[in-house]
Design a protein around this ligand. Structure first.
Ligand SMILES: Nc1ncnc2c1ncn2[C@@H]1O[C@H](COP(=O)(O)OP(=O)(O)O)[C@@H](O)[C@H]1O
Ligand SMILES: [Mg+2]
Length: 295
């Protein structure tokens, strides 16, 4: 009997020892790391080297912590970028209006400076609209309403809308559409936004008297829309960043007061359609292409 009790006692100690080493201690580590992360210390990770399920749990936990950290980094840089983008127009509006009020800017120059103020306000409005669009797209608030529409007609309308800008800069535009009508599935308004952004970029980044080509082709039940402009290539190391929010390749020369949000919005819309978009850029120029499904 005594032997039996002794054996039970020993096995209890052994079980306790192993469960402490294999389960309790590692779980405590994970637990305390989770608490630190919840308090905002996003760089904390669980350090555990074991080949069992607890080790797997620690790895998954660290993976989750990585995602949280990158989301947090994104949130921070998003806010920093917005503040930066808001500050420069605000500073110049403030400067010119102050100059008018206190008389440093003479009356005959008022219209000139008010026009600049007007441009800056338009820029701010574009920025706010883009930010709102992106936020709505990302939160899923803008659900995509898939319908059927004639892509060719939409493309023609878009080109006409830009006619003034195109003519003013002597740009040549070739539109090569297959067939008269091209029925596709998609949210017409959102695809309109995609075309508007891509054509706007092509016009902005093509040189005066340059060439823009808008083309459609069909491949395996998909329509591919190509929007091409000649001109200098996007540097290779920049290509993967152009889809990022607020990314502008040439910040100093940033043309037309862009927000750097256009391509993020475009990609989000195409992804929500379950379609793809890509870019090729080189000595030949720059070509953005995206797919849509045929009806
Ligand atoms: N057609 C193009 N040719 C050359 N560079 C382009 C073209 N389209 C986009 N880019 C580059 O990608 C960046 C991001 O584009 P976008 O998100 O539309 O921002 P924005 O037009 O406000 O500058 C642009 O600033 C530009 O540097
Ligand atoms: Mg743009």
């Amino acid at each position: 009997m005594d032997v039996c009790i002794f054996a039970m006692f020993i096995s209890a100690i052994i079980i306790y020892y192993f469960s402490e080493k294999i389960l309790i201690r590692p779980l405590n580590k994970i637990n305390s790391t989770a608490k630190s992360i919840a308090k905002g210390e996003f760089d904390k990770r669980v350090e555990l080297e074991s080949d069992d399920e607890i080790g797997d749990l620690a790895n998954s936990f660290n993976y989750m912590a990585d995602s949280l950290q990158s989301l947090e980094d994104m949130r921070r840089s998003f806010i920093a970028n917005i503040s930066h983008e808001l500050r420069s127009p605000m500073t110049s509006i403030n400067g010119f209006i102050t100059g008018i009020i206190d008389g440093t800017i003479p009356k005959e120059k008022w219209i000139y400076y008010l026009n600049i103020v007007h441009d800056e306000i338009k820029r701010l409005m574009r920025l706010i609209n883009d930010i709102l669009d992106l936020a709505r797209l990302e939160s899923g608030e803008f659900s995509i309403n898939i319908g059927v529409f004639d892509l060719n007609e939409l493309i023609r309308q878009r080109v006409i809308k830009f006619e003034d800008k195109i003519n003013r800069r002597g740009i040549e535009v070739n539109v090569k559409l297959i067939e008269k009508k091209l029925k596709v599935k998609g949210d017409r308004d959102r695809i309109d936004q995609v075309l508007t952004n891509l054509i706007d970029n092509a016009i902005k980044f093509v040189e005066d008297k340059g060439l823009i080509e808008i083309k459609t082709e069909i491949k395996e039940r998909k329509v591919i829309v190509h929007i091409y402009n000649n001109g200098p290539a996007i540097p290779k190391e920049e290509i993967k960043y152009i889809w990022d929010r607020f990314h502008k390749v040439d910040k100093a020369r940033s043309k037309g007061g862009g927000t750097g949000l256009g391509l993020s919005i475009v990609r989000q819309i195409i992804n929500q359609h379950g379609e793809t978009i890509w870019v090729e850029s080189g000595d030949f120029g720059t070509r953005f292409s995206f797919t849509l499904s045929l009806v």
